[in-house]
Design a protein around this ligand. Structure first.
Ligand code: LMR
Length: 396
């Protein structure tokens, strides 16, 4: 029976790692999958995480099931990190949350929750958005539409078109927004633009669904939460999918959190049972390990301070790399202005070159990045930046 299914093409992002590994060029450069890398091209275990692992090893005395909602200290720590200490919505007991297997798990749980409420709901995603948003939300059976977001011709957000589109969506529609460090473009909304989005949600009655996977990689841990907090503090209902893959470097542990801000405690109680039953029906309960580590870090003042400094270190290194790449492109005679790369935030930049140029730089120079022209800034290093800039300039 299963021979009716065809072989599928490689995943547009994860497939890059396989192609990169198979390339025998010793000077190959990997700017594909979004993982942080140090100067040596290594994805390190954060020192704070390594310390938390030692603490956990010393105190964990059982591998019995954890509770269906996950590690409670982890969830509380994450809610405080995302929404701010003493957030009034948290204090008002309006937030349902479950630990999820990664940000992906959180996105899928919330997509299933939307479907349970109304299977005809439309989810609006930015054009472009992270490629995996489409199957994660679409495979739950929801209808997807796009709103204009990024204008490649001038490498910036087309906010007028975005606002115009969001002003016309239906009450009860869902609008997926990137909390910070937009993936793939690196172009984030300004405070004023977040304010307009809030007012549009208030006017039309759409419900924001915030995907936050890079808190701390843009302008800082507090600054990057601005838009999300604005929406949560001023709207009756908001969905949030958060990931600890990037800012805790816990990629393989699959640790995230699915959050639903509800109108009141009664709804909160009902939604808590709903999201737990959705998880139970897919994978029963989340793995404990990653959440247990984040619980230890966020609830220990010294360790938290150490982690915050490590996030700051990753953030400032990526910012320096942006400036370095632009300087080198200019040095090697780029015929295009790449100044915009310095203004983009987080792990990714959209170089705004054509798919043909992306393919040419891969074929001719073994430089790997997503066909949309998204590069992982963290894959750049002082060692490879000259070769990278020369390669890019040669295909412009
Ligand atoms: C990315 O965007 O490269 C990462 O989030 C990894 C992934 O799963 O796509």
């Amino acid at each position: 029976m299963f021979d009716v299914l065809p072989q599928l093409p490689a995943d547009p992002i994860l497939g890059l790692s396989t192609a990169f590994k198979a390339d025998t060029n010793p000077h190959k450069i990997d700017l594909g999958v979004g993982v942080y890398k140090d100067e040596q091209g290594h994805t390190p275990i954060l020192t704070s995480v390594a310390k938390a692992q030692t603490i956990l090893l010393g105190k964990e005395d059982s591998k019995t099931y954890i509770t269906p909602q996950g590690v409670q200290g982890y969830i509380d720590g994450m809610l405080e990190l995302m929404l701010g200490k003493g957030n009034p919505v948290l204090l008002a007991d309006r937030i349902a949350a479950v630990q999820a297997p990664g940000g992906c798990g959180a996105l899928r749980i919330l997509a299933e929750l939307i479907k349970r409420c109304d299977e005809n709901t439309t989810v609006w995603v930015s054009d472009p958005t992270w490629a995996n948003h489409i199957p994660l939300i679409g495979n739950a059976g929801l209808k997807l539409e796009t709103y204009p977001y990024f204008d490649k011709s001038n490498a910036s957000i087309n906010f007028d078109a975005m606002a115009d589109c969001l002003g016309k969506v239906k009450k009860g529609d869902i609008v997926l927004l990137h909390g910070c460090c937009h993936n793939p473009t690196g172009a984030d909304l300004s405070k004023e633009q977040w304010q307009v989005v809030l007012e549009l949600a208030q006017k039309t009655g759409f419900i924001p669904f915030v995907d936050t996977a890079y808190q701390g990689f843009g302008d800082g841990l507090e600054e990057d939460a601005y838009g999300m907090r604005l929406l949560v503090n001023n709207l009756p209902e908001v969905l949030i999918a958060a990931s600890c893959s990037k800012n805790f470097g816990l990629y393989r542990e699959r640790v995230g959190v699915a959050v639903m801000v509800t109108e009141n405690t009664k709804t909160r109680q009902a939604i808590q049972t709903q999201i737990q039953s959705i998880a139970r029906g897919i994978y029963s309960m989340p793995p404990s390990y990653g959440g247990a580590l984040v619980d230890i870090i966020l609830n220990d003042e010294a360790l938290k301070a150490e982690w915050m400094a490590e996030v700051e270190g990753m953030r400032s290194r990526m910012q320096d790399l942006r400036a370095l790449l632009v300087a080198k492109m200019n040095e090697y005679g780029a015929t295009k202005d790449f100044e915009f790369v310095k203004k983009q935030k987080g792990m990714f930049s959209f170089l705004c070159i054509t798919p043909e140029q992306v393919q040419a730089v891969r074929d001719q120079h073994s430089v790997y990045f997503v066909g949309s022209s998204r590069v992982n800034i963290a894959g750049i290093s002082k060692t490879n930046v000259d070769a990278l800039a020369k390669a890019l300039v040669s295909v412009l």
